[in-house]
Design a protein around this ligand. Sequence first.
Ligand SMILES: Cc1ncc(COP(=O)(O)O)c(C=O)c1O
Length: 448
Amino acid sequence: MTTGKANVATATVPNDLEPYWMPFTANRAFKARPRLVARAKDMHYFTPDGRKLIDGAAGLWCTNAGHNRDPIVAAIQRQAAELDYAPAFQFSHPKAFELASRVAALAPGDLDHVFFCNSGSEAVDTALKIALGFHNVRGNASRVRLIGRERGYHGVGFGGIAVGGIVSNRKLFGALIAGVDHLSSTYNRTKQAFTIGEPVWGIHLADELERLVALHDASTIAAVIVEPVAASTGVLPPPQGYLHRLRAICDKHGILLIFDEVITGFGRLGHAFAAERYGVVPDMITFAKGITSGSVPMGGVLVRKGIYDAFMRGPEHVIELFHGYTYSAHPLACAAGLATLDVYRDEDLFARARKLEPLWAQAAMGLRGLPNVLDIRTVGLTVGIDLASKPDAVGKRGYEALEAAYYNHDLMLRAVGDTLALSPPLIISESQISEIFDKVGKIIKAVS
Ligand SMILES: Cc1ncc(COP(=O)(O)O)c(C=O)c1O
């Protein structure tokens, strides 16, 4: 699976780390003890001083095809030399249409139109706006409520944090947007601890949507948005049958169902989209990250035919949807996306993830019984490992694990509070799975 030599250019650590205000980072702790990476190849990152780290996190759930893959690098280089930018409004370029067709072909059902943007957050806000607009153009302007879920992560736009269910992402930012309600999280440690795949307990939590319909009336509700697997909050697979039931309740009440597949898309769960794994066709799918294997920022929304068609009315010279980004379908992102989809196809990486899933789950569950391990959840090539918090210092054990992984065990992982999350590139080998969990075991012991 290796595709050539790593780029060997050396990098130096900058003298002044202060001016950069880092996102979702403990800035002071980072700047006191920075964790920098300077280059990458396939399954590995390299630090500026040349240490080789195995990537247990696909960067940030992004690099599903592995790092700096030759065909993707070459496609980006070619594109940069050929067409740097094309206006996204009223003009376009061929690769935008080509990529939309390729993405639509991977999607289930009649999810056959794609709106491009540059990130998961933009994809979510785009999908929420399309949902509101859809009802509006069909004469149902009272359908304005949006339903999210506790512990959901839908990026950082105002729409995304409003429907999201992570208190720290919401509490500083005022009233957000009006008319949002939330389903309960599907996670219950007492009922679900140490489950491989989808837990048996919890389908009834979908019925909360009926409760919200009874409270607000269906005529006021535009859409429900959920991650098929809530990933950023610690990998919470859906209870068996839960997504089907949500679909059925949405259908009954004319509510649109949006799957936020920014993480679950492009092979993470062994399929192009989680919608396929779970056999549930939502009305829209948001995606980002894996579309370009993280190489160039890109996001998008897959939309069912009926939604697109509903907007295609009125005089033909008039814009149908007043929404878009200067960099929607940027040529570099499209070139990277096309090359990435080729890699996924040529190397059958989604099937590879399916094949590795049992081994991955078994290796992960091998950590059960180590100090402070409260729960381990796996699905696809992901795992969430909950560690007990230190008394009065929530998140400290997780942070120490992150530091220990980088500095002492040559591993890149994610720590979300005291939960460790892993999601390697899909090119991972069986021996690299063992290597990663061996390291994680040592790290868990080191922070006990
Ligand atoms: C499910 C989900 N939606 C949206 C986003 C936001 O994506 P971005 O950081 O590209 O804006 C993320 C990011 O992790 C995500 O996991």
